[in-house]
Ligand binder design. Structure first.
Ligand code: KIV
Ligand code: ZN
Length: 518
């Protein structure tokens, strides 16, 4: 039996720190359930002190998850640690993850602490955490740029105070694989009590090296890997779970390790995270991109027909991807429809199923062939409907090269139908102007992107919209065979998310004031 690499997923914490990616409680619970069922060892569910919403999410995930260990993040502060424990204590297997920066740059400018003061903080906080919980992870933030001799002292002390996992992050995605691997090698050779802890690696993708750095760390002794679904995360993101897990699976010859991950659930997790956050997966993304298993060049197609191994290093089935196939038609019944959805990982309740079935029939009227991708878009479009403060009802657009484009839009708000006609520079501009006017909003449009879900001119269009208001942003998708209707749906979905986030942030600010007794 090969040695096990523990998978620590931080989609709900570091992943949620991607600008515009915040998720509500229900969405976090859905993601946690999928991570648990795919046998992720540790789920970092959030940063409980960050807000009441984060605290509730970590607490509810702790209560609901059946197998995975649940970690809550805390800075090197007793208050942070108490709050993290308050949230994770409900888990079957709770963990407190506490961290402090150890690089000269961070200590001098961010913490304004000397080395001795940082050591003192480690001693105080790790001991405190250990008195609450017997599973403590300690991280040296900006470990990739820390001085090795100081890192050894910090790690030895954290282990002495009870940390069972020592995580070394390349916080700013700065190191090269060889350089990062050497840190692990040196730590293993120079920290006297290192055998009492598991070494963990946590990498960021600023130079596109996150997964390569994780691989290098594993080769030099890391036995826990921190990662996120689709590589979500701060700035350029984190190392992605699917890349590291599949690398370990495919490269067994050179890396004699295994993970417990059920790799057939990878696509399901990827689609869920993408649909909840509204972050599309780039088509050429390793493992989960739409083109990851597509073969365009004739010479490749010829090779594939003769032997799949000629151009495929892993099978699409191993990540839960079925070949694009014609699945249902206009005469398919509700039972076949619900069975197919179940197979794709969606199990809507009775009412939602009826609504989806109605929309499937409408789609089948417009589009001769319905593919799995169409059903996924349909199911995700519904799960993306965010508290539906505003509902799309209908849209008619006049456009072309003669008249100024005009959109006639109907939406439902607070149980009332509202309609308006607006002009614009193009049909999309006219449609968005109509939504803004009816909803009395004018948020900044930061991203507008159109993709075709399947091939053919009758394919559904999938539109992604990101809206921004000061420090809050939201991103969402919409799909329809008509790309202008898909655009309106995506805009309304993003608007609902932003309105929800704005009201949540107002509530949280006022309750945080209450907590502080203001
Ligand atoms: O990147 C980082 O340093 C982190 C720590 C909090 C582990 O995310
Ligand atoms: Zn990080």
């Amino acid at each position: 039996m090969t040695e096990k690499i523990h998978i620590f997923d931080t989609t709900l914490r570091d992943g949620e720190q991607s600008p515009g990616a915040s998720m509500n409680l229900d969405e976090k619970l859905q993601i946690a359930e999928v991570l648990d069922s795919m046998r992720v060892d540790i789920i970092e569910a959030g940063f409980p002190i960050a807000s009441n919403g984060d605290f509730e999410a970590v607490k509810e995930v702790s209560k609901s998850v059946k197998n995975s260990t649940i970690a809550g993040l805390a800075r090197a502060s007793l208050k942070d640690i108490d709050r993290a424990w308050e949230a994770v204590q409900y888990a079957k297997s709770p963990r407190i993850h506490t961290f402090i920066a150890t690089s000269p740059l961070h200590m001098k400018y961010k913490l304004k602490k000397t080395e001795e003061e940082v050591l003192e903080a480690i001693q105080k906080t790790v001991t405190h955490a250990r008195n609450l919980c017997d599973n403590i992870e300690w991280s040296c933030e900006d470990g990739g740029r820390s001085e090795l001799s100081f890192l050894y002292r910090c790690i030895e002390l954290a282990i002495e105070c009870g940390a069972k996992t020592i995580n070394i992050p390349d916080t700013v995605g700065y190191t090269l694989p060889e350089e990062f691997g050497k840190i692990f090698k040196n730590v293993k050779e120079n920290v006297p009590n290192i055998d009492k802890a598991i070494l963990s690696t946590h990498t960021h993708n600023d130079l596109g090296l996150a997964t390569a750095n994780n691989v290098a760390a594993i080769k030099e002794g890391a036995r826990q890997v921190e990662c996120t679904i689709n590589g979500m995360g701060e700035r350029a993101g984190n190392s992605s779970l699917e890349e590291i897990v599949m690398t370990l699976k495919v490269k067994k010859d050179l890396m004699p390790f295994h993970t417990d991950i059920k790799t057939e659930s990878i696509m399901k997790a990827s689609r869920l995270v993408s649909s909840i956050t509204g972050f599309p997966v780039q088509p050429n993304k390793a493992i989960v991109g739409a083109n990851a298993f597509a073969h365009e060049a004739g010479i490749h197609q010829d090779g594939m027909l003769k032997h799949a191994g000629t151009y495929e290093i892993m099978t699409p089935e191993s990540i839960g991807l079925n070949k694009s196939s014609l699945v249902l038609g206009k005469h398919s019944g509700k039972h076949a429809f619900s069975e197919k959805l179940k197979e794709l990982g969606y199990e809507p309740g009775d009412n939602a199923l009826m609504e989806l079935f109605g929309r499937f029939k409408d789609l089948a009227d417009k589009k001769k062939e319905i593919f799995e991708e169409d059903l996924i878009a349909l199911a995700e479009d519904r799960s993306a409907s965010y508290d539906e403060h505003i509902k799309f009802v209908s849209l008619e657009v006049n456009a072309g090269s003669v008249e100024r484009p005009e959109a006639s839009l109907k939406i439902e708000m607070a149980d009332k139908i509202k309609s308006i006609k607006m002009n614009g520079n193009g049909p999309i501009d006219a449609t968005f102007n109509a939504i803004k006017k009816l909803s009395s909003t004018d948020f900044k449009l930061k991203l507008y992107q159109v993709n075709a879900i399947t091939a053919g001119t009758d394919a559904q269009g999938e539109v992604t919209v990101r809206l921004e208001d000061k420090d809050l942003s939201s991103q969402a998708k919409g799909s329809d065979p008509d790309i202008i209707v898909a655009s309106a749906k995506a805009y309304i979905n993003a608007l609902n998310r932003l309105i929800f986030k704005k009201s949540k942030s107002i509530k949280e600010n006022s309750s945080n004031l209450e907590i502080r007794g203001v």
